[in-house]
Design a protein around this ligand. Structure first.
Ligand SMILES: [Zn+2]
Length: 152
């Protein structure tokens, strides 16, 4: 299934959770509960929804950190300090085991074991990240879009 998610981009253009272009698939999802991810009774896995409008509504309604944690491969303590980063929309294809959403997520959400990134959609306010992203992912489609005031 192809769908949408939010991802953090580091200032140098690395999309968190997506290795450079030689490795088009993400590493397998992992879980702090030490079971294979995604697990049907947990919230782990790479979260994706085919409904872009529902995802953006969810991001607007929820507090700004919660969706980023669940959707954005966002771990400021383990990966990097929260410094010079932005959220982007990522179009991605799921692979491997897929389970359904958690109750608070958009109804069409799935949780997958792996993802392949298809395109990066960068809010206009973070357009300075377009060229650094292209530098790390030369085969990736990169688009700018108007986030309608949403600070991803
Ligand atoms: Zn889990």
């Amino acid at each position: 299934m192809a769908g949408w998610r939010l991802n953090t981009v580091w200032q140098e253009g690395i999309i968190a959770g997506f290795p450079p272009s030689l490795y088009p698939w993400t590493p397998r999802a992992i879980c702090v509960n030490l079971h294979p991810a995604p697990h049907p009774l947990c919230a782990c896995g790479h979260h994706v929804t085919p409904d872009q409008d529902a995802l953006l509504d969810y991001a607007r309604r929820a507090d700004t950190i919660a969706p980023a944690r669940v959707w954005g491969t966002y771990n400021r303590t383990r990966d990097r300090p929260d410094d010079g980063t932005a959220k982007i929309l990522v179009h991605a294809e799921t692979a491997g085991i897929v389970h359904g959403r958690r109750s608070w997520e958009p109804p069409t959400t799935v949780r997958a074991a792996r993802l392949r990134i298809l395109a990066a959609h960068i809010p206009y306010g973070a357009r300075h990240l377009a060229d650094p992203i292209r530098g790390h992912y030369p085969d990736l489609e990169v688009h700018l879009y108007d986030a309608g005031g949403l600070d991803l």
